[in-house]
Write a protein that binds this ligand. Structure first.
Ligand SMILES: Nc1nc2c(ncn2[C@@H]2O[C@H](COP(=O)(O)OP(=O)(O)OP(=O)(O)O)[C@@H](O)[C@H]2O)c(=O)[nH]1
Ligand SMILES: [Mg+2]
Length: 293
C-alpha cells in the first residue's frame, strides 16, 4: 500500500520555505532569493519514494496584505492550508522565534491539520544556539515533532522527508512518479528569469517586477527561442533594470539564459525586453492571467 498526500508550507517570508521544498523534492521547483515575498503562487513540488509521495505546496510567506497581489497570496495560503494533510511550519533558527511566528502558530491551531515544525538555517548556529532555537520552537506549543534542518546544506532534510511521508494517508500516487512540479512550462521559465532579476535588484524593485513569457519556440535543431517581458511599474524602475548602456538587462539575460538552458537541457536564445506596466500588482484581470489566484 502506498501513501500520498499534500503538505502545505507555512512561515514568515524569507525563512527558507522554497529552499526547503527544493531540498525535499530533490530538484528545483521554486525560485529562491534573499528578498522577502519571493514566492507569489502556490507551487506544488512532488517528492516520490517507492512507497510514498509527498506533494509539497510551497506558498508565499505569511504577511499582512497590502494590495491585490498580496491579498491573493494570503487567501491562497489559507485555502491551501485547509485542504492539506499536514502543515510544515518553517521558522528561521538564526533570527529566532518572533511575533510573526507566534501569529502563524495561532492561525495553524485553528486550521486543524497536523503541524510539523522545521527550525531552518541551523548551519548558521552553533550547538548551544541550536538547542535554544529548538526550545523556543517547542514553546510555540504547536507541533509534536520539531526538526532542526538546513535547507541550504541538506542537513536533517532526509529525516524530515521520512517523517512527512509517514503522516500521509494511504492511497495511490497523485502525480506520475517522474513529475517534479505542476507549474506550466512558461511559468517555470518566467520564474527562473525573475530569480535572476531578484539577485541583482534592491529596495522596491524586486516587488515591482514580474516576468511574463510570451512565446516559446522549439526548433528542430534543439534550439529554444524564448521571448519574455520584464514588467516594472515606473519609468525609473525601467531605467534601473536596463542599466547604463543596457548593462543590467544584459547581465540578467545571460545569467537567465544559462538557467533556462540547464532546465531545458539545450541551447536557448532569450529575447528579453523591459516594459512599464503601471499598477500591475493591483490589476485583478492581469493577476488572473498570470495564474496568481
Ligand atoms: N544559511 C542558510 N540560508 C538559507 C537556508 N535556507 C534558505 N536560506 C536562504 O534564505 C533566503 C530565503 O530563502 P527562500 O527559500 O527564498 O525563503 P522563503 O521562505 O521561500 O521566502 P518567501 O518566498 O519570500 O516567503 C535565501 O537567501 C536562501 O538562500 C539555510 O538552511 N541556511
Ligand atoms: Mg518562497
Amino acid at each position: 500500500m502506498t501513501r500520498s498526500g499534500f503538505v502545505a508550507l507555512a512561515g514568515r517570508p524569507n525563512v527558507g520555505k522554497s529552499t526547503l521544498v527544493n531540498g525535499i523534492v530533490g530538484g528545483k521547483v521554486a525560485i529562491v532569493s534573499d528578498k522577502p515575498q519571493t514566492t507569489r503562487r502556490a507551487i506544488r513540488g512532488v517528492a516520490s519514494a517507492p512507497d510514498a509521495q509527498i506533494v509539497l505546496v510551497d506558498l508565499p510567506g505569511v504577511q499582512r496584505p497590502r494590495d491585490a497581489l498580496t491579498e491573493r497570496m494570503q487567501r491562497r495560503v489559507e485555502a491551501e492550508l485547509s485542504e492539506s494533510d499536514a502543515a510544515l511550519f518553517v521558522v528561521n533558527g538564526e533570527e529566532g522565534i518572533g511575533p510573526g511566528d507566534r501569529w502563524i502558530a495561532g492561525a495553524l491551531r485553528g486550521a486543524e491539520v497536523p503541524v510539523v515544525l522545521a527550525v531552518n538555517k541551523v548551519d548558521r548556529l552553533d550547538r548551544p544556539h541550536t538547542v535554544q532555537a529548538l526550545a523556543d520552537a517547542e514553546a510555540l506549543d504547536i507541533a509534536e515533532d520539531i526538526f532542526p534542518v538546513s535547507a541550504r546544506t541538506g542537513r536533517g532534510v532526509d529525516e524530515l522527508r521520512a517523517h512527512l511521508a509517514g503522516l500521509m494517508p494511504e492511497g495511490p500516487f497523485l502525480f506520475p512518479p517522474g513529475e517534479r512540479s505542476d507549474q506550466p512550462r512558461e511559468v517555470l521559465l518566467a520564474e527562473l528569469i525573475r530569480e535572476q532579476v531578484l539577485r541583482r535588484t534592491f529596495q522596491e524593485i524586486p516587488h515591482a517586477v514580474e516576468v511574463f513569457v510570451d512565446e516559446i519556440e522549439d526548433h528542430d535543431d534543439g534550439l529554444t527561442v524564448i521571448r519574455a517581458y520584464v514588467w516594472v511599474e515606473t519609468e525609473s524602475q525601467k531605467g534601473i533594470l536596463i542599466g547604463s548602456g543596457g548593462r543590467m538587462i544584459k547581465a540578467v539575460g545571460s545569467a537567465a539564459r544559462r538557467e533556462l538552458e540547464r532546465e531545458l537541457g539545450g541551447h536557448v536564445h532569450l529575447d528579453l525586453s523591459v516594459r512599464v506596466r503601471r499598477g500591475w500588482r493591483a490589476d485583478e484581470a492581469l493577476l488572473d492571467r498570470l495564474g496568481i489566484e
